[in-house]
Design a protein around this ligand. Structure first.
Ligand SMILES: Cc1cc2nc3c(=O)[nH]c(=O)nc-3n(C[C@H](O)[C@H](O)[C@H](O)COP(=O)(O)OP(=O)(O)OC[C@H]3O[C@@H](n4cnc5c(N)ncnc54)[C@H](O)[C@@H]3O)c2cc1C
Length: 447
């Protein structure tokens, strides 16, 4: 089923009319791979800074995770700041907070300055818990200590009594594809052009070969395993969204911090209810659409499901996205990944950092998100879990009858709810006929 955003915005076009069949003789200043929110915003700011930019997209503009988001623009990312302070220190936590706060203001400036009709609205964003034992008090103090305003109240409009909540004022929500449609009109984008390989300044695609001074890999999950080794540094989680009609409207944006917590926001006449999180490729018992539908029935018995969709995101071990040089061995290749389901705000953070770095300026937050950082202690347990899952998947892949992932040969798991083959190791997904739905795979499953 199409997401609400796709129902609202069917087609998005760049300004490149058609792809010339001849070999590409231009050396672009920058080639951005991936036309999701991250790639498009990065291309937009680089172009604004005078660079000659081309975007290469495997499918169509915005057709990745970006069209299946809930599109809150916020620096409130769950129990984030108390965790970051503990794991990576106050300076990094403050940098993370300020970069996100700046990104919210930059969206507002851009949308107002260009009069982009994308249903942008200022909102308070709330974390809430239904349980007595929660981490909200600690998070409240942490948020204040990294420089974010906190408000109390909120939650009275939710369909259940809550124990506590904390609100961040000055956050926002919008319609992501309406926004993308507007900025895409100024960008050169080649759609249906999957990148297969990158060698220094050369980009090999299914259709032809391109060259650029600088390359940005904004494919959600990076497509090159080595160097960079992102497959060892993060895994993917899926979550689900229902657009409900016939519910009491909510004004705030809400995120439940309990393990089975639900997220809420209003989008016009529809209430967006999301949650049901699980690692991609793992059994979807008590999560997925089934869980969300049960919750919708319980809390809004008179509601109707008007649309439903699912998406996934990359979860880095230390809780910080990777934005910057792909590796120390590839000085002209950059990467954007690891958004942990906060890629609307983080795409703007990434675009501003990469604009500065590619244009030779220092960005005050570059170091916080640098892929070359080393937070061994913070990420160690998660690293071990992911290595174990991958080893298990690869061994099973070699002995099982089930199809193997085209990425590293892990055993694929059949996802009943979404009719897809999903990889529990790194999160690639395929249709029942073997076509790629989600990265990191760049090849289809072979018979
Ligand atoms: C259920 C859910 C709700 C969410 N809600 C929020 C929210 O409220 N607020 C928030 O901030 N974030 C949210 N997120 C996260 C956010 O949606 C994502 O982080 C964000 O959309 C990622 O954008 P992206 O550009 O990195 O990836 P994508 O949108 O996936 O873009 C990557 C693009 O690269 C293309 N591509 C892939 N491989 C290749 C290749 N080999 N060659 C060429 N192109 C390629 C893909 O086709 C795709 O178009 C949510 C996530 C989920 C799962």
């Amino acid at each position: 089923m199409e997401s609400l955003w796709r129902q609202q915005t069917k087609e998005i076009q760049g300004n490149l009319k058609r792809l010339n069949k001849k070999p590409d003789r231009i050396t672009w200043d920058v080639i951005v791979i991936g036309a999701g929110m991250a790639g498009m915003l990065t291309a937009f700011y680089l172009k604004e800074s005078g660079k000659k930019v081309l975007v290469l997209e495997a499918k169509t503009i915005g057709s990745g995770q970006t069209e299946r988001t809930t599109a809150k623009i916020t620096s409130q990312h769950g129990i984030k700041y108390s965790t970051l302070i503990k794991n990576v220190g106050m300076e990094n936590a403050r940098g993370y907070a300020m970069a996100n706060e700046k990104a919210i203001r930059e969206y507002a400036r851009l949308i107002k300055g260009r009069d982009i009709a994308c249903d942008f609205e200022w909102k308070n964003s709330y974390l809430y818990s239904l349980r007595e034992n929660n981490n909200l008090e600690e998070e409240r103090k942490a948020a204040l200590s990294v420089g974010i305003d906190v408000v109390s109240g909120g939650g009275g409009e939710l369909p259940f009594p809550i124990k506590d909540s904390i609100g961040f004022p000055g956050q926002a929500q919008f319609s992501p594809l309406k926004f993308l449609k507007s900025i895409a009109a100024e960008l050169s984008v080649i759609e249906h052009c999957r990148v297969l390989e990158i060698k220094e300044h050369v980009v090999f695609t299914e259709r032809k070969v391109f060259t650029a001074e600088t390359i940005v890999v904004a494919t959600h999950y990076p497509i090159m395993d080595m160097p960079g080794y992102y497959f060892l540094r993060q895994h993917q989680e899926r979550s689900y969204v229902l657009a409900l009609s016939g519910c009491k409207k909510v004004d705030g944006m809400y995120y439940g911090v309990d393990r089975d917590g639900l997220s809420f926001r209003q989008a016009g006449e529809y209430l967006l209810l999301s949650g049901g999180v699980h690692r991609t490729g793992e059994s979807v018992k008590n999560c997925g659409y089934g869980y969300l539908e049960k919750m919708a029935q319980q809390y809004y018995p008179d509601s109707r499901i008007e649309a439903r969709w699912a998406a996934q995101d990359c979860m880095p071990h230390d809780g910080i996205p990777f934005i910057g040089k792909y590796s120390v061995f590839t000085p002209d290749i950059y990467v954007i990944t690891g958004f942990q389901k906060w890629g609307m705000t983080m795409s703007m953070v990434a675009a501003l950092i990469l604009r500065d770095e590619i244009c030779g300026e220092e960005n005050p937050y570059g170091k916080v998100f640098s892929p070359q950082r080393l937070h061994v202690r913070a990420g160690f347990t998660n690293l071990m879990k992911d290595v174990f899952t991958s080893m298990k998947g690869i061994i099973k892949g070699n002995i099982s009858e089930k199809p193997q992932c085209a990425h590293m040969g892990c055993e694929l798991i059949w996802n009943e709810e979404e009719n897809s083959w999903d990889c529990p190791c790194h999160g690639s997904r395929f249709t029942k006929d073997g076509e790629i739905l989600d990265n990191p795979a760049v090849k289809e499953i072979e018979e």
